[in-house]
Design a protein around this ligand. Structure first.
Ligand SMILES: Cc1ncc(COP(=O)(O)O)c(C=O)c1O
Length: 394
């Protein structure tokens, strides 16, 4: 597969999912599927042991990646949405107060809204400042005796701003409140060390910057974090027990795991390590983001949101072009310039309410580990062409 030219498309929608994936990810996933895709941990024949060994290796790799202390507490599910639902419904099923922010994706906002409407929970959603950052002191001020959970996006999927999770972690630890980060946009982009950052739970998705296939994600759960069950089912062990098991990893895993996805995901993490690790990947991506940022900034008709600097950011930029609806601009970028962007609210409606970009939202360009310089230059050239076209017609 030619990874430089994704069929002529300049793919700048990596915050949605990274594309293309390293060829080795798919090769390993398919090889595993063809040769050892049986249920792990349920039987003792050789193939089942081989499957179990792959699963254990993947738990170890991901747990180490997040600074987790025990691979058994690295549990797999479908994606970040699934993982966040487990945490939010688990913790708030009997009510209680949750603190989150207006930067959140619907995979945080909607489970919280359901817990409030259906289980009598209450929530405080703190604002973000003009640069796109949550103030840890706002989290401190929002704490109440009945606060059970603080859940914050590590990297905004609209603005690319990386939130001060270590400071928030310290506040939560002092208050004895469970702290979960939504690492959908940062896992594989920004180093995460749960112990050093005092994070109790990391919710991750496999198909973005961890470079795995779609349909795999999970939680890395710290030593003192308690997440009550909100689901139950088969675990393959201790089948006579009436209730779902309390022991990890079974505690937060339900039914047959996505073994093919896990095999691919472990290889995605290996790919990041081969590139020199998360810091190196991030530095390369931010060098490309700089080309984009500088190119867009010099166009008067382009308005970038919360992008005064490229410090403390992922390579995600949101903007609007004067005279164009974001939807129209996205179509033109695709049809006339083969540039894939994402337009609209990006599943984060409160960001746009705050910025004044609702209901139409913004255009978003985002870079991934396999983005090439030609892709970002094509993105800038396409936006410039749209701006010039509008000016010529004015
Ligand atoms: C910040 C954030 N959280 C959660 C998600 C949900 O990820 P998934 O669709 O893999 O569940 C996304 C996906 O775009 C995201 O950007």
């Amino acid at each position: 597969m030619d990874i430089d030219a994704a069929q002529g498309l300049h793919y700048l929608d990596n915050a949605a999912t990274t594309y293309p994936k390293p060829p080795s990810v798919m090769q390993i996933a398919m090889k595993f599927c063809a040769t050892a895709c049986v249920n792990p941990g349920r039987s003792t024949y050789d193939l089942a042991l081989e499957a179990e060994s792959m699963l254990l290796g993947a738990r170890r790799k991901l747990s180490r990646f997040f600074g987790g202390d025990d691979p058994k507490r690295l549990v797999f599910g479908y994606n970040a949405t699934d993982a966040l639902n487990l945490v939010i419904f688990g913790v708030l099923r009997k009510g209680g107060h949750v603190i989150s922010s207006k930067l959140e994706h619907n995979s945080v906002l909607r489970p919280i809204a359901h817990c409030c409407d259906e289980y009598g929970a209450s929530s405080t959603l703190v604002d973000f400042d003009r640069n796109g950052y949550v103030d840890p002191d706002d989290i401190r001020r929002a704490l109440r005796p009945e606060t059970r959970l603080v859940v914050i996006t590590h990297g905004s999927n609209v603005l690319g701003t990386v939130q001060p999770v270590a400071e928030i972690g310290a506040i939560c630890r002092e208050a004895g409140v469970l702290f979960c980060i939504d690492a959908a946009q940062t896992a594989g982009v920004i180093p995460i060390d749960m112990a050093a950052m005092k994070i109790d739970v990391v919710a991750f998705t496999g198909h973005k910057s961890l470079l795995g296939p779609m349909g795999i994600g999970g939680l890395c759960v710290g030593p003192n974090a308690v997440i009550p069950h909100s689901r139950a089912g088969g675990t393959g062990v201790d089948s006579a027990r009436r209730l779902h098991l309390e022991e990890f990893p079974y505690r937060l895993e339900y039914g047959t795991p996505n073994m093919m996805g896990i095999a691919g995901l472990a290889n995605g993490v290996a790919f990041i390590e081969e590139q020199g690790g998360v810091e190196r990947v991030h530095a390369r991506e931010m060098a490309l983001a700089r080309i984009l940022w500088e190119g867009l900034r010099e166009l008067d008709a382009v308005k970038l949101y919360c992008a005064e600097s490229l410090e403390r950011r992922t390579p995600v930029l949101s903007f609007t072009i004067a005279g164009y609806d974001p939807g129209e601009a996205g179509t033109r970028l695709d049809v006339d310039f083969q540039v894939a962007s994402r337009v609209g609210l990006h599943c984060a409606p409160l960001v746009h309410e705050t910025l004044g970009t609702a209901p139409k939202g913004t255009i978003r360009f985002s870079i991934g580990p396999l983005t090439q310089e030609a892709d970002v230059r094509a993105g800038v050239a396409a936006v410039r062409a749209l701006v010039e076209e509008k000016r010529a017609r004015a």
